[in-house]
Design a protein. Structure first.
Length: 306
């Protein structure tokens, strides 16, 4: 059920911020481990998340912070852990293919999210929205070929490659992240979805810093100095991550997970822009076709929700 029209602009902004953040984070990941690069996102994002919450509370919110349900922290922790795993898998996918293709594999999250949200949350979509999902999946398949001509069997064999496995697994855990965050926002006693989203963001990022930070100290202590050595670029990652997550969480609080994730595929369009102009990667003709299919899928899914 859509509870507020704010989900649409929030989701579009979230897609742009995520593509920008991922492009910057890919540069950071070249000089540190996957877990260290993941920690950068949360450690440097936490101050901005707290500033966003404090600013909203000071200007728009009234009264004390809303009461949280008994499962609130569990949902935040589960969503946060799923996001850590998803981010690490996405960074691993980048190690095998280029930026666009690595992101494309993770975009199977849209169909995975639709299925999981139906099974776990009982959310339903219209036939037109499902058609949009199908169109988007075909677009992702075209993008994942990296410009090579591949038949159906070739594509099935390609799914066994490390980049595909990491990307698809990343999409699954991103879908689980969305479900956990949606449940957490609904576990707060407030009618204000933006307030709920910002509270969940601050709590979730705090837990993520604790979880991934402890892992890094215990298992990859030599990486800790590198997290702080690249603070200039890492600060950009943190800012973009916080703004993007605040928008994603607002979308999850006000619309079905599957719909938010389908429309969120506009990130692929932003990804092409950053891939071409920020990272200097070439765009192939097949990738343009895949992009058109993904955007068409977004439009169909959105039409089905109206």
């Amino acid at each position: 059920m859509i509870t507020s029209p704010i989900w649409l602009p929030a989701t579009i902004v979230a897609g742009g911020m995520q593509a920008w953040r991922t492009a910057v984070q890919k540069r950071v990941s070249h000089s540190m481990s996957v877990n260290a690069a993941g920690l950068v996102r949360y450690l440097y994002g936490l101050p901005f998340a707290l500033i966003l919450l404090a600013g909203y509370e000071a200007v728009f919110a009234h009264g004390p912070l809303p009461v949280a349900g008994r499962w609130f922290l569990l949902f935040c922790a589960a969503g946060g852990l799923a996001q850590i795993v998803a981010t690490n898998l996405l960074l691993l996918a980048f190690g095998h293919r280029n930026f666009v293709v690595g992101t494309a594999y993770s975009k199977t999250e849209a169909v995975q999210g639709a299925i999981l949200s139906f099974l776990l949350l009982g959310e339903r979509l219209s036939p037109l929205s499902w058609a949009g999902i199908g169109c988007g999946v075909v677009g992702v398949m075209v993008l994942s070929t990296g410009g090579k001509r591949m038949g159906p069997m070739d594509f099935l064999r390609a799914l066994g490659q490390p980049a595909a496995l990491c990307g698809i697994a990343s999409g699954f855990f991103f879908a689980m992240t969305a479900i956990g965050i949606r449940r957490a926002t609904h576990d707060l006693a407030t009618p204000d979805p933006i307030r709920a989203a910002l509270i969940v963001l601050a709590v979730t990022v705090s837990l993520q810093v604790l979880m991934q930070g402890c892992y890094l100290v215990l298992r990859e202590r030599d990486q800790v100095p590198r997290v702080f050595a690249h603070w200039r670029v890492a600060g950009q990652v943190g800012l973009l991550s916080s703004i993007g997550s605040a928008c994603w969480f607002t979308g999850f609080a006000t619309a079905p997970v599957a719909l938010v994730r389908i429309v969120g595929q506009v990130e692929v369009a932003f990804t092409f822009a950053f891939s071409r102009f920020y990272l200097g990667e070439r765009m192939m003709r097949s990738e343009g076709v895949g992009l058109v299919l993904v955007v068409t899928g977004v439009i169909l899914a959105l039409a089905g929700a109206l």
